[in-house]
Design a protein around this ligand. Structure first.
Ligand code: PLP
Length: 392
């Protein structure tokens, strides 16, 4: 096998279809699949379009690719393949897990102030239809240690004994916090609280060992940092919940034992699943440790450059709570861009339109600052730094 190109510009230009006109500093929203993965998906599409009937009914190519992808995924997350099913995205997997619990009136669902909007809505829907009660822990900054975030959780859970299930991020998106999963699931289990891990941002941003978190359900997006095509995620279910888990879409295998309906959700597009093996091959080609080292040093360097140029600071998180590819630096006060959601939106527009830089900007009220979220895997940061010198 050939040597991979150097990380950054060479990797982006050779291995991705990403536009070279823009500087994409937002991998975290929609990901970007490498050419090799898209090519694997295209090949399957051609085989399927050649013989649609054979693809679904005889299904040798489909089944082999699906199983290979599942096996490589299991190896990638250090889980048993029998405990994993592919789902389209994190929103879908959390729907499946939460709705399988068949909550009753007054059962509590614990979220936090940084839970993702679709996850908040799933809990809200359960509240509106079943009478479940949605709790939101107001996580307070700074968070210097893991123990501090665990303390905030346990204090809240002890004050609200009706909580039946906690939906905890592996890595939250805004602001980005790497949650201490094992410690939190242990505290939940001690209080008989079921845990659903929303790992929209976990896989391949950090190395995974899914069973070791001892959660009840773990849902990981693969299309963001895991370099699969969009529409690819997985749902891991603990042995003790295998009998109760079912997908929200009922189909031909209704009531068949796990994985039952998960493997056949009606006739659908499954290219992102069957081509997922190519993403794991690609990651192994680059080297998991090499990716980790590169993203860590790039993140550290960027934070250092920006915060010293701006005379500001990184968000107040202890070292082991920082997400490697999602780092947050406060932007200095400027007259041009007020400290508000509008200010963040205007600055984002200016970066996009005047400088072709696509970066996520957020106004974090709790911290009273506009914060730039830098999330990248394949890019060259130099242009971002130059622009930000101009603004500041
Ligand atoms: C923390 C978090 N959870 C859930 C989601 C939803 O992911 P998806 O759009 O893949 O369902 C996102 C999306 O970015 C997210 O950041």
């Amino acid at each position: 096998m050939s040597q991979p190109p150097a990380f950054g510009k060479a990797l982006k230009e050779q291995e991705f279809y990403l536009s070279t006109d823009d500087v994409l500093l937002n991998n975290g929203s929609f990901g970007a699949a490498p050419k090799k993965v898209i090519e694997a998906k295209r090949q399957h599409e051609l085989i399927m379009e050649n013989h649609p009937d054979a693809w679904y009914i005889n299904g040798n190519v489909r089944n082999e690719a699906y199983n290979t992808s599942l096996e490589k995924l299991a190896n990638f997350v250090r889980a048993e393949k029998e405990d994993i099913v592919f789902v389209e995205n994190a929103t879908r997997g959390v729907n499946d897990a939460l709705k399988s619990l068949k909550l009753q009136a007054n059962d509590g669902i614990l979220l936090n102030n940084f839970s993702y909007s679709s996850i908040k809505n799933i809990a809200k829907q359960q509240s509106e239809t079943l009478g479940a009660i949605v709790h939101s822990l107001d996580i307070k900054f700074p968070i210097p240690t893991k123990e501090e975030i665990v303390r905030q959780y346990t204090e809240y859970m002890d004050a609200h004994p009706g909580i039946k299930v906690a939906i905890i991020d592996h890595i939250s998106s805004i602001p980005s916090i790497l949650f201490p999963l094992k410690e939190l699931t242990t505290e939940c289990r001690n209080r008989s609280i079921i845990t659903i891990i929303d790992a929209a941002h976990g896989p391949n941003q950090v190395d995974l060992d899914v069973p070791s978190y001892e959660a009840d359900f773990y849902i990981g997006n693969l299309y963001k940092w895991g370099l699969t095509c969009r529409g690819c995620a997985f749902l891991w279910t603990a042995q003790s919940h295998k009998e109760r888990i079912f997908p929200v879409v009922t189909s031909n295998k209704y009531k068949e034992p796990y994985p039952g309906d998960f493997v056949w959700q009606g006739t659908r597009e499954e290219g992102a699943f069957t081509a997922a093996f190519a993403a794991f091959d690609f990651i192994d080609w680059l080297g998991r440790a090499a990716i980790r080292d590169y993203t860590k040093s790039l993140g550290d360097w960027t934070v250092q450059e920006l915060s010293s140029a701006w005379e500001t600071e990184e968000i107040g998180l202890g070292e082991d709570l920082r997400a490697p590819c999602l780092r947050l630096v406060r932007i200095p006060d400027t007259k041009a861009f007020p400290k508000s959601i509008i200010g963040a939106t205007l600055l984002g527009m200016a970066l996009r339109e005047d400088y072709k830089i696509r970066v996520r900007l957020f106004f974090l009220e709790q911290l009273v600052s506009v914060t730039v979220l830098i999330n990248a895997i394949t890019v060259n940061f130099v242009q971002l730094v130059i622009y930000l010198f101009i603004v500041s």
